[in-house]
Design a protein around this ligand. Sequence first.
Ligand SMILES: Cc1cc2nc3c(=O)[nH]c(=O)nc-3n(C[C@H](O)[C@H](O)[C@H](O)COP(=O)(O)OP(=O)(O)OC[C@H]3O[C@@H](n4cnc5c(N)ncnc54)[C@H](O)[C@@H]3O)c2cc1C
Length: 811
Amino acid sequence: MRDQARVVVIGGGIAGCSALYHLTQEGWTDVMLIERDELTSGTTWHSAAQVTNFGMNQTMVGLKTHSINLYKELRDDPEYPVGYNYGDGGIRLANTQAQMDGYRQFTSMAAGMGVEFEVLDAAECARRHPLISTDNLLGGLWDPTDGHIDPAQLCQALARRARLAGAEVNRHTPVTGLTQHADSTWTVHTEKGDVKCEIVVNAGGYRCNEIGAMMGVQHPVASMEHQYFLTEDIPAIAEAGHRMPLLRCPISDYYSRQEKGGLLLGFYEQDCRTWGMDGIDPKFTNALCPDDLDRVTDVLEGAFARMPVLMETGIREVVNGPITYTIDGAPLVGPIPGKRNAFCIIGLRAGLGEGGGHGWLLAQQIVHGEAQYDTWVIDPRRFTGHATVELTALKAIEDYQNEFRFHFPHEHRPAGRPMKTTPLTQVLISEGAEMGTVNGWERVDYIKPTQDFKETLGFKFNEVHDVVAKEVTAISTNVGITEVSGFNRFELTGTDVHSFLDRMMCGTVTKREGRVGLGYLLNNHGLLKAEATIANIPASDRGPARVWYGSAAASEYHDMDWLEAHIKADEDVKIRSLTNAQTILVIAGPKARDVLSMTARGDWSREAFPWLSVRETHIGIAPATVLGVSFSGELAYEIHVPNESLHAAYVALRKAGEAYGMTLFGSRAVESMRIEKGFLHWKSDILTEFDPFETGLERFVKLSKGDFIGKDALEKRMVAGQQRKLVTLVIDTKHAPAHGGASVRLDGRIIGTVTSGDWGHRVDKNLAYAFIEPEFSPVGTTMTVDIIGEAFAAEVIESGPYDPEHSRIRS
Ligand SMILES: Cc1cc2nc3c(=O)[nH]c(=O)nc-3n(C[C@H](O)[C@H](O)[C@H](O)COP(=O)(O)OP(=O)(O)OC[C@H]3O[C@@H](n4cnc5c(N)ncnc54)[C@H](O)[C@@H]3O)c2cc1C
């Protein structure tokens, strides 16, 4: 074993082997994999190893396409061919119209990535899979690429190719400790000696938290026991004359694929178990958990009803093994929050299907700082302080119990809630608020008109449409109040704060005391990394002059890592997170100034406190910092209050609001209003695949200001020309919004993808943002947008059709 390498990957399952191989593909060959036992001795060896292209966002579809193409290439490699049953095809079943709508949406989304799915009716499902009955079946989604692979051969093939490229693979070498040095390099301690390296990668599977503990972190990853069995041969399969397609059933929570002349059936039982929560036996390697088929009888019955032939088929073998889950079901692939030179590729629950793609995107992140897709959906920094293993266990159980039931738009599942609350959460609920969650924070979604009001989840406009319409009317004619919990807020102090921010941001953001500005941070490729509201707070009895950096609720770890990594050794900049210490109350509407004036001393007139001002004050008795900013397009104030005073501030505002008929509103109303105003959402519309010019944010770029992060790359991109352009579309239908990922077409050809959409109540139009081919971006160009399987006429309009002069915000 060498005693140094540029990268050490810890773990030799599919995650580690794929990461190692792809590092060599990206040109880094001084890399090493260290495995405590044999390759694949964790979960990988006993995987059912199904490989599907299905995903619920374009990043997942894209990375799975990479897996499939790579696996086909490995299958066809004459020197080391891998067993891969590609193209058996697979059906995801559905027995509700809402699930079918989802499949139509996912089909449109995948088409934008060049992946063709098909939506089938029940009869066609049965024609393609002759063993199934059509009872209680509406139809399904067909993935023609579905199949399965030999997991051991796959890992051996990847390790072999990596070795040929110069990588070293060390088996039977447990990693026992990690030491990070002052220059951020590492020493990896193993039972066979130390290895010095620049970067470590945790690919430890269900032992990822043992490796995490060696560097002082706890990853939000928990394991579940998961079982499948293999049946005896089934004559009907031989008689069918073709291989059986795969099945995934959200009605009874099982999957099946053909295995030799029989079936493999895997189960997601309701009576499920976490595994390894109190530590994992060091001798658990190449091992399985004890069988327990009694536990799966609930779902087994559903499988038997769908495939009656199972009732007369014997079971050949049972497999029960640990499988890892995260808080939202997607893995953690990327930089480890709060650490330098440390990455992970963990929490994979479908690692054989996805592993090829995850290793690819991880290697790109390590070598180039960023992958070719926006990887936020798998970014380890998308969860923040609430992300413990205990919470993950609760969400893992919930996710397992709903394995094939995708989240509907606006669906917020209950496990582990409430995770993060403010002193107002219960007050707002008692006033009728329906809560959703944002990065674990309970946040007002909308106000229920009656106590027993329930939303029908689905892809169409539903009963909440009118509720939101009323909230919007109240705000635009009068005044409304809401709480914005979990908003990310850093306090920056030090003599170099402004020059530092100037280097980090691509435009000029105001440095004037008492003023607020919006700015954008690029990465080294000139692509949009972060969006921040900068507030210059003058010195006061609460502290010296300081800058607040405000950004989206989930961005705390992401933005903190990015900012801290760029503070130079000789720069005086200190960053402190106030995210969990304060909460925002927003008052919005033409009467907002009156309410503010009644609760806070001083002159709040338009002249004394114009739009984009910041001032410290008291709301009643509560200390507060008021920003004159608006995401709704109405006159509005963000009132930031320390959590211990939040209730007091709320009571004062509500009391003052009585005279103006102030009402509560929620984030669904804000979502509708911000699209009408042309305002964008980070990671919905602001993606790290596009630059500010493509995203329509050119007014926030100042190339003449001197150097800033990403400037060279941005200039090169400008010469190369824009790939896509973000436009606002008005769509000719009233039944449903355009959902993120839906395809935009011209004469049937896909020319772009929707990022977000909603009804604009004030302009009375169905609006959406989409990135499309630039030549079709001029205002007035017509096209179609897929909405739940149908194409609707759409036209490009000017961004922000509501009050384009911002006269209401400035009023
Ligand atoms: C029953 C079952 C069926 C499944 N079916 C499918 C399926 O159909 N399709 C699909 O895509 N996925 C499936 N999965 C999930 C898939 O198998 C896993 O997602 C995948 O195998 C995880 O791979 P990994 O590399 O992350 O972890 P592992 O395979 O567990 O690899 C981690 C490696 O790290 C090593 N390691 C740990 N600690 C150390 C240390 N200190 N030093 C050195 N090495 C260390 C371990 O020995 C191990 O080899 C299934 C899982 C189960 C349990």
